[in-house]
Design a protein around this ligand. Structure first.
Ligand SMILES: [Zn+2]
Length: 172
């Protein structure tokens, strides 16, 4: 990638098969607001999502879309409950099919992208790949994690350990 990434905003709806027949490429960004399922899964989408895609007529009888998508999101650290930044970078390799039935004829290296009409929902494709790229458990690297000891099974003292200590002293 020698060229600086263009910051042009990509449309949600793209003429997938036409772009493939013409071997077109798409590069640009998608605003996080266009990805509600990803927004819901993370604290925030820090930067516009960057997308690079190459549309290809394909050799297996299906148009192919190959490329990658990257984004930065903030998530909750499951150790200290602070925010941390997670860089997402996911490859995209899909075969464009009309329905689920055609999916079985796709070569193994391709995931299905079901596009019923001429236009496909680019945001939906990108969002799906980013959701798959999310870590199941987000944790700080050890140095930046400001964890306080959490008492398992006692939510009150986990939230406020000093208060819990004070209560213990009062009881004695
Ligand atoms: Zn942490």
């Amino acid at each position: 990638m020698n060229n600086p990434s263009p910051r042009s905003s990509l449309p949600r709806s793209v003429a997938v098969r036409k772009l493939a027949a013409q071997s077109q490429s798409l590069r640009g960004v998608i605003d996080g607001a266009g990805l509600p399922r990803l927004s819901e899964a993370v604290l925030a989408i820090s930067d516009p999502v960057t997308v690079e895609l190459r549309f290809d007529p394909g050799t297996a009888g299906f148009p192919e879309v190959i490329g990658r998508v990257s984004a930065q999101v903030s998530m909750t650290c499951q150790r200290c409950l602070g925010a941390l930044t997670v860089a997402l970078d996911a490859p995209i390799a899909v075969g464009v099919v009309h329905d689920i039935a055609a999916e079985q004829r796709l070569p193994q290296r391709l995931d299905p992208w079901i596009v019923v009409e001429e236009d496909g929902d680019l945001y939906d494709l990108v969002e799906e790949e980013l959701l798959l790229a999310l870590p199941i458990v987000a944790l700080h690297e050890d140095e930046s994690c400001h964890a306080t000891p959490i008492v398992i099974g006692d939510a009150g003292s986990a939230r406020n350990p000093f208060r819990a200590l004070a209560d213990l002293k009062l009881q004695r």
